[in-house]
Design a protein around this ligand. Structure first.
Ligand SMILES: [Zn+2]
Length: 286
């Protein structure tokens, strides 16, 4: 799902927020989480879905090679620097949740046209090192999501506006009312995943032939997903740290709210959000 991100605001403040967002991007080089972005937006306005709509329209406008969204975000449909994880990290197991219906929305998500995982070649190379290290310890990486087209994030935003659609609540947000997902930052208008150097993953134990027990599941909306959550067993915490230590050792940085989410520290496109779909055509000619 999303990361703590950019909060929607009232329509008449969209322009101002856009400038603020651009500044946050410029200052932090990190548009995905930034408590600063969340808190400043939240304090300056009440959350409403109208701004999300405005931004969603911008994000889904016909993509030029590079274009600027109305909110000041740089969009690009250039996939030339991306690779398929099935080729770059052949030991990884792919379970692309947004291609399936087993995700917090309950439908296949827009932009996921094939069950593939793509990353920038820099992020994929780093992930290959992580994989090699963990394979030697008896694990495989299991990938839930990697590059996420902007269209998919817009799909999340649209879903967020439909208060009646709570089909997957019992699995992904049992303790939260859907109305708080925007204000609390679980859904945002842009995701670091769209920059192509962020991955959601867990460990698969080759001995037990099962996913490693992380004391929580991918895309669970709640405190239990924080990597340092203390109300889990020592073993579950240790498992989270096996994944985290390996990722950090090879250049990734963690997210405080999601044990499964990591971004390449020196990501090659820190301020570009990509729009091409997840399919093999996007990789054609490489
Ligand atoms: Zn993620």
């Amino acid at each position: 799902m999303g990361e703590r991100g950019l909060m929607p605001t009232k329509k008449n403040r969209v322009w101002i927020l856009g400038v603020a967002i651009a500044l946050v991007f410029a200052l932090s080089g990190c548009g995905q989480n930034g408590a600063a972005a969340s808190s400043s937006a939240a304090s300056s306005s009440a959350a409403s879905s109208s701004a999300a709509s405005s931004s969603a329209e911008a994000a889904s406008s016909p993509a030029a090679s590079t274009s600027a969204g109305a909110d000041g975000v740089k969009l690009s449909d250039d996939s030339s620097d991306f690779v398929l994880l099935s080729e770059a990290v052949p030991d990884a197991i792919l379970e692309i949740r947004y291609y399936s219906t087993y995700n917090f929305v309950g439908d296949r998500i827009d932009g996921y046209e094939e069950p593939l995982a793509m990353l920038t070649k820099e992020a994929a190379a780093a992930l290959k090192e992580v994989s090699d290290e963990l394979v030697a310890k008896g694990y495989r990486l299991k990938i839930y999501d990697a590059y996420r087209p902007q269209k998919a994030v817009t799909n999340f935003v649209e879903w967020g506006k439909d208060a009646d659609d709570t089909r997957m609540k019992e699995y992904f947000y049992p303790d939260l009312d859907k109305s708080v997902l925007f204000p609390q930052g679980y859904i945002a208008e842009h995701s670091g995943h769209s920059r192509g150097s962020t991955v959601d993953l867990t460990l698969f134990d080759m001995k037990t032939e099962k996913e490693v027990d992380m004391g929580g599941t991918f895309d669970f909306f709640g405190e239990k997903s924080h990597p340092d959550y203390t109300n889990i067993t020592e073993e579950q915490y240790a498992n989270r740290m096996i994944l985290r230590d390996a990722m950090l050792a090879h250049g990734f940085k963690p997210l405080a709210e999601e044990w499964w989410h990591f971004t390449l520290e020196n990501e090659p496109y820190p301020d570009t959000y990509f729009t091409f779909p997840v399919n093999s055509d996007s990789m054609a000619g490489k």
